[in-house]
Structure formats: C-alpha cells, structure tokens
Design a protein around this ligand. Structure first.
Ligand code: NAD
Length: 331
C-alpha cells in the first residue's frame, strides 16, 4: 500500500483524496492545509488524520505527497517533499517563474524521487487514443492540430487578480502540454491574441477571457488553440488532428448519450459542466499511473521537464498577447 499525504484540501484536493481512497493499492494517511477545517473535512471523509507538513514529511509511512495548494507554494513544497525522500505528485504548474522551476528540477534530479505534474488531460481515454493513433502513423504526417478548450465560467475576481493572463498560464497550459504530447514536437514560435469580452460584472479586472494561439512547431506543423471562459453550453473540450493521410477527432463528452428525435430536430445532450465531471476518469487514471510508477520504479509519464516546457509556452503566449508580436522560443 502506498500511503499518501494530501497537501491542500481546497477545490481539487478532495478529487485526488477520493481517488487515493478508492485505489486498491493506495491509502490516504494524512491531510495538511493551512485551513485546518478544510483539512478536517477531507480527512474525516476518508478516515485519514489532520497533520502538519513537518510531521507528514517526518513520517516514514508516508510514501508520497500530493500537492494541491496554489501555484506560488508548489516549488517550496516540492523541494521539501523531495528532500524528505517522498514521491511527489504536484498539480500544475510547478511554479510561475521559470528560474524557480529550474531550481526545482535540480532538486528532483539530485534526490531522484518519482515526480509527476498534474496534466490530467493526457489520461483522458479519447485524447490518449487520438495521441496513440497519431504516434502509430494513422494520419500520416501530422500537419495541423486544432484544440478547442472552453470553460463554462471565469474564476472569481480575487483569483483572477492573483493570476493575470491566467487564460494562458492557468488554463491553456494544459493545451500547450497536449500540443507537445500529441505532435511530439516543440514550438519554435508562439503567436497569441487575447480579449476581455465578458461584461464587467463577470470580469471586473478586464483580464483576457477569450484567446487564440497559433504555435508553429519546429517541423513546420501548425497548432491552433482557442479558449473562452464563457461556454454557456458547458465544458467544451475537442481535439482535431489533421495529417497527410487523414484526420482524427476527439469529440466532446456528453452528459448522457440520449439523442432526441422530433418532427423538426435531432439533438444531443450538452457536455458535462466542468473539468471535475468531464475528466473524472482521467484524474483516476492519472493517479493509477503515478502509483504504478512509484511501485515499479519507472519514471512517471508526465515529468518536470513537461511542466517547464508548458509553462515556457504559456509565458511566451502572454508576451505575444501583450506585444501583438510573435515570440520565438529557444531551446
Ligand atoms: N488539473 C486540473 O484540472 C486542475 C483543476 C483545478 C486546480 N488545479 C490546480 O490545483 C492547485 C490548487 O487549486 P484549487 O483550485 O484546489 O485551489 P484552492 O484555493 O481551492 O485550494 C488550495 C488549498 O490550499 C491551502 N493552502 C494554501 N497554501 C498552503 C500551504 N502553504 N500549505 C498547506 N495548505 C495550503 C488553502 O488553504 C486551500 O485550502 C492549483 O495549482 C491549480 O492550478 C488543477
């Protein structure tokens, strides 16, 4: 049994806690949160204990730490857990500063602990099947990737204030990772445009809520990603890969598979409302892959380099959206 400590029991923390508790080869041993009431709620739900980070890291029965705190705390928590010899699963991003990410990568390399960054979309069965089909050459040479990634709502104003241009660094960072992963190449150039189109009541900071990005990959293939925080019909997640020998589409999920046929129309159900419902299976598969990696000593599928590269693209997109100019990516 791999015993976990969960750090951060806010929004996403309970999702991971429930998956750990449900996993046949994992248990949730303890929960840490500055908000002890939040920690207690999650601990009680899964018969775990509330503890402090120091106590958890000193506990030899804790084999792995899952970090679900805000982005600016991740680098320090990763570093402390790694030096304590714990396997680390961290929600995205590693940090918002590339120098701190590089320092973290150094510690992870030195300690050699298993590390996985939470790019959960890689574990969605349809997206993963699309990627496998591209890798198997089913569409010949991949030439274009079109990712539609739209949220049903914008984050609360205080969250937006702490994460300016979050449409790139908080949301599209998942899509940048998917683009690298599916196309098996890195962007040479990033061109982004962004607008604040929602009304002031919903988006008082006028932070971008609508964005489009074009990535030109080193091999010349093109990637388009579009994002919005106002998909009134639910969480819109579609991927289309086009190549010299055909096309693959990972369609939206639907809340039910019911189709309605009447005299004047045929309709299907809307997508699930948001990521917790849409990617439920992916979050569980992501945890399964992490547990297996720790057990077998194999490197987790999504590593610190993936975290750094996706962040570098997101930061280039912010720079491009601000300047109106394409940004060249080095390295
Ligand atoms: N993969 C995904 O789809 C996905 C979805 C949502 C959030 N996330 C990521 O998960 C992370 C957490 O997001 P959230 O929405 O759950 O945040 P949240 O604000 O709802 O919860 C964070 C929790 O961490 C606690 N906390 C803050 N600093 C702490 C510290 N130093 N030590 C212990 N506890 C601390 C807070 O009290 C809070 O309970 C973010 O990095 C976010 O980007 C990923």
């Amino acid at each position: 049994m791999l015993e976990f400590c969960l750090v951060g029991a806010g929004f996403i923390g309970p999702v991971h806690a429930a998956n750990i508790a449900a996993h046949p080869r994992a248990t949730l041993r303890c929960v840490v949160d500055l908000d002890t009431a939040a920690a207690a709620r999650v601990a009680e739900a899964h018969k775990a204990r509330v503890t402090t980070l120091d106590a958890a890291l000193a506990d030899p029965r804790v084999g792995a730490v899952v970090i679900c705190t805000p982005a600016h705390t991740h680098a320090e928590l990763i570093t402390r857990a790694a030096w304590a010899g714990k396997a680390v699963f961290c929600e995205k991003p590693i940090d918002l500063d590339l120098d701190r990410v590089a320092a973290c990568e150094g510690v992870l390399a030195e300690t050699g602990v298993p590390f996985c960054i939470g790019f959960n979309r890689r574990f969605d069965p349809s997206h993963a099947a699309l990627r496998a089909a591209v890798a198997a050459g089913e569409i010949g040479r991949p030439e274009m990737l079109v990712i539609t990634s739209r949220d049903p709502e914008i984050s609360p104003p205080d969250y937006v204030a702490q994460m300016p241009y979050g449409i790139f660094t908080d949301t599209m960072i998942h899509d940048f990772d998917m683009a690298r992963w599916i196309m098996a190449d890195e962007p040479a150039e990033v061109y982004a445009r962004a607008s604040a189109l929602m009304d002031a009541a919903a988006n008082p900071h006028r932070d971008p809520d609508t964005a489009m990005v074009v990535l030109t990959l080193r091999n010349g293939a093109l990637v388009h990603i579009n994002s919005s925080f106002r998909a009134v019909y639910g969480y819109d997640q579609r991927i289309e890969a086009f190549g010299s020998a055909g096309m693959l589409i990972s369609r939206n999920a639907e809340k039910t598979l019911l189709e309605r046929y009447t005299a004047d129309r045929v309709s299907r159900d809307v997508p699930p409302y948001f990521f917790i419902q849409r990617y439920r299976e992916a979050f569980a598969a992501e945890l399964e892959a992490f547990v297996t990696a720790v057990e077998t000593g194999m490197s987790p599928a999504v590593n610190a380099e993936d975290g750094r590269r996706a962040l570098a693209i997101a930061q280039a997109a912010v720079e491009s959206a601000k300047s109106g100019q394409p940004v060249t990516l080095a390295g």
